[in-house]
Design a protein around this ligand. Structure first.
Ligand code: F6R
Length: 603
């Protein structure tokens, strides 16, 4: 996730561009840049760091009525000055900002480099200005050159571009958001409305496949072939302070609803259902062929994702264990050259996890970090890094990063197992289409959830229990962690079979039990839930509509039917919503729970 802004109008574009970038920092903040047009061509200022740092580094104010800007959340290449947007061709005739992932960038880059175009960054984005320049050099006018370049991109994008000497912005959208703002001869293009809300509340949203040309006379909407399309203007009724959260009351709720998008970004280009394989281009085939055991280290929610990954690996026949990073120094299993240690950390800065990672490296393990932050310490220190591409998460309670971590670990588990055996695991064929439809399945959960009603019904309870088996177990732990951290109510997660070995003593009519059914030995989990129900506890079944648990349970939170490897992640979305609504009813400060920090940088 990155933030894009563009502006055409009278007066200097710099101020609205920088204001727009500040308002978009919730979409990314590891580097920022602007480019403005004046009589002497395009001027670019960009650097790693926040917009504030960009602002103070712009000495002589840039002058120009047309400009573009970008605030970045790295997905290709670390957050360096060179990788910051806008990107240009060598002669700075074309400047481009982009949000999304260009899947065929390697191929495009090789072709352009072979034609003499020189690249100066590690980004996928840089192919776009060179491609536009390629068509300009071939004699195309600017608009057809832009269209031609866009036509060649595979993947997802929101792109805004400008060409030297013109009072025009060109933009296109596929899979990443883009919106036009309009007010008395001043026009904006942005990833999201908050970027320009101080200037206008009149907007038109682009749809996938739209190409727009904006100059001081107006906005022209067409499709990729150049045929006109009609898009209606709307008036947005948010105040600027609320705007980062859009229509949501809290970032946590917004981030829960972003999961279809964040998961699409996570898997984009990394699965190949047609070819029946995991396409993790980050790793050469055979990378994991010598791994004989995998150890995960992580804390909190990331530990639950790690446990999910570890169970997925065990089920795929690879020896694996998940350890709390803060316990690792006293409980690490033996390590040798064929041990792979995977640090799972959203921020990449958690002190406990870094300590465990460093210990593993010292003892000779191969190390890999799974993280959301490209330039983070864990990403830099491990031998390899795999990025979940969830975009910044502002709410302290992790939501979208958990689902992206768990899905990426599901992919990685399949990939490691395939490398070890020399062939894809047998169940991969069934899993791939289900993985591909996860974003749509989460949309279904979000659209029809009864979580608010359930949260209200059980709001006077003494404690809340969550049970699950197999891959449902880490989801039960995560459901309870989310519930306790934002409601401050007592909540515990258990392996469902463990209930009868002690916790059942806590069960009363005042302790609702959320039971997660994933399709793995569900009959046993149902029996465990019934044991709690017999002691008076209300049971809330999280399972598909046609599941036998629906008949037994007091309440039902439905999830679409899917593979057992993924069902827990759909259940998790229901549980996130229950926690959110329970905390909201109690009036808790949901985005900033007491005593907690987003990133824990002390041991
Ligand atoms: C809970 C939560 C924390 C983090 C933990 C590790 O909602 O967010 O439990 O998961 O502090 O943080 P990272 O993933 O940054 O290492």
């Amino acid at each position: 996730m990155c933030g894009i802004i563009g502006r055409v109008g009278d007066g200097n574009a710099l101020e609205p561009l920088l204001t727009g970038l500040e308002n978009l920092e919730y979409r990314g903040y590891d580097s920022a840049g602007v480019a403005v047009q004046n009589g002497s061509g395009i001027n670019v200022e960009k650097r790693s760091g926040k917009v504030e740092e960009l602002k103070s580094s712009i000495g002589e104010p840039l002058q120009g009525e047309v400009g573009i800007g970008h605030t970045r959340w790295s997905t290709h290449g670390p957050p360096t000055d060179a990788n910051a947007h806008p990107h240009t061709d060598e002669s700075e005739d074309v400047a481009v900002v982009h949000n999304g992932i260009i899947e065929n960038y390697t191929e495009l880059r090789e072709r352009l480099a072979a034609n003499g175009y020189e690249f100066t960054s590690d980004t996928d984005t840089e192919v776009i200005p060179h491609l536009v320049q390629y068509y300009l050099d071939a004699g195309y006018d600017s608009e057809p050159a832009f269209r031609q370049a866009i036509d060649e991109l595979e993947g997802s994008y929101a792109v805004t571009a400008m060409v030297s000497g013109e009072h025009v912005l060109y933009a296109a959208r596929r899979g990443s958001p883009l919106v036009v703002g309009m007010e008395d001869g001043e026009y904006f293009l942005a990833s999201d409305v908050p970027a320009f809300l101080e200037y206008t509340d009149s907007v038109i949203y682009l749809e996938d496949g739209d190409v727009v040309v904006v100059d001081e006379d107006g906005v022209e909407f067409t499709d990729l072939e150049g045929d006109p399309v009609v898009r209606e203007p709307e008036t947005v009724e948010w105040d600027p302070e609320q705007a980062g959260k859009g229509t949501y009351d809290h970032f946590m709720l917004k981030e829960i609803h972003e999961q279809p998008t964040s998961l699409s970004q996570a898997i984009e280009g990394r699965i190949d259902p047609a070819g029946g394989r995991i396409a993790l281009a980050d790793f050469e085939p055979g990378t994991f062929a010598d791994v004989d055991s995998v150890q995960f280290v992580a804390c909190g929610t990331s530990y639950h994702a790690a446990l999910y990954g570890s169970l997925a690996l065990n089920q795929a026949g690879v020896q694996s264990t998940a350890l709390l990073a803060n316990e690792y120094s006293v409980s690490a299993p033996p390590i040798d050259d064929d041990t792979l240690v995977i640090a799972v950390t959203q921020s990449g800065e958690t002190a406990d996890t870094l300590t465990a990672l460093r210990r593993a490296a010292r003892e000779g393990a191969a190390t890999l970090t799974l993280t959301n932050v490209v330039g983070s310490t864990a990403a830099r220190e491990a031998d390899d890094a795999l990025f979940i591409r969830a975009g910044p998460e502002i709410g302290v309670a992790a939501t979208k990063t958990f689902s992206s971590q768990a899905v990426m670990l599901t992919l990685l588990a399949q990939r490691i197992a395939a490398d070890l055996r020399g062939e894809p695991p047998a169940d991969l064929e069934a899993l791939l289409p289900e993985l591909e439809s996860m974003p749509a399945a989460i949309d279904d959960v979000l659209a029809g959830s009864a979580a608010k009603t359930v949260a209200r019904r059980y709001s006077d309870s003494e404690a809340y229990f969550f049970i699950g088996r197999g891959l449902g177990y880490p989801v039960a732990l995560e459901g309870a962690l989310k519930f306790k951290e934002i409601t401050y109510e007592h909540a515990e997660g258990f392996a469902s079979g463990e209930l009868k070995h002690g916790p059942l003593a806590l069960v009363t009519p005042e302790t609702p039990v959320f039971a997660i059914f994933t399709g793995q030995e569900d009959e046993k989990t149902l029996k465990n839930a019934e044991e709690a129900q017999t002691r008076g506890a209300p049971v809330i079944a999280v399972c598909p509509d046609d599941h036998p648990a629906v008949e037994v349970a007091d309440d039902h939170l439905p999830i679409p039917d899917t593979e057992p490897d993924l069902a827990g992640l759909l259940a998790n979305v229901q549980l996130q919503l229950v926690s959110y609504h329970a905390a909201d009813l109690l009036g808790r400060p949901i985005d900033k729970p007491r005593n907690l920090a987003k990133s824990v940088t002390v041991e």
